[in-house]
Design a protein around this ligand. Sequence first.
Ligand code: S6P
Ligand code: ZN
Length: 187
Amino acid sequence: MEYKRPFGVRIDENGVIPGAKKLVRRLSDMRGYFYDEKAYEELLKEDPVVYEVYAVEQEEKDGDLNFATTILYPGKVGKEFFFTKGHFHAKADRAEIYYALKGKGGMLLQTPEGEVEWVPMEPGTVVYVPPYWAHRTVNTGDEPFIFLAIYPADAGHDYGSIKEKGFAKLVVEENGEVKLIDNPRWK
Ligand code: S6P
Ligand code: ZN
């Protein structure tokens, strides 16, 4: 038996995992995701980075684990806070754990039937993402929101249905407060 070797890595104060695979999502990578299309086109002139992911991934094998940090930058499109695309797992019954490291935000979760939950997150918060729930993180603060995710190596990502339908709720700022409102485009 050829054993894999154990290792430890230190996540730096900016959420970077040294040696990890880096992925950058700019606003231009998120066309169609935000509700306010006019505000989207306006902000697109700057095309800010919305989030970065540093992932340490194994072969897609049953029993193994991946982990990744996400640095979700502060910002809004219209009144909607910056968020990650959000996904179901390709193997939909695969669960996940998030651990918040820095900043302020929360997670929107949704069943295939469109039932939504909101879990606020601050440094130290652990979120359990049960099997079958789509998940998206939202930065509701004014500094980078940084968290670690740990997920089965064979979970995969299914972005299609969220890209098409979105979440049934939008996370917005109204009168200086964080609010969840119905997504008028949700069917
Ligand atoms: C992977 C895990 C996270 C996200 C990351 C970006 O299962 O949930 O590492 O990939 O937060 O979000 P998204 O929705 O663009 O993959
Ligand atoms: Zn996931």
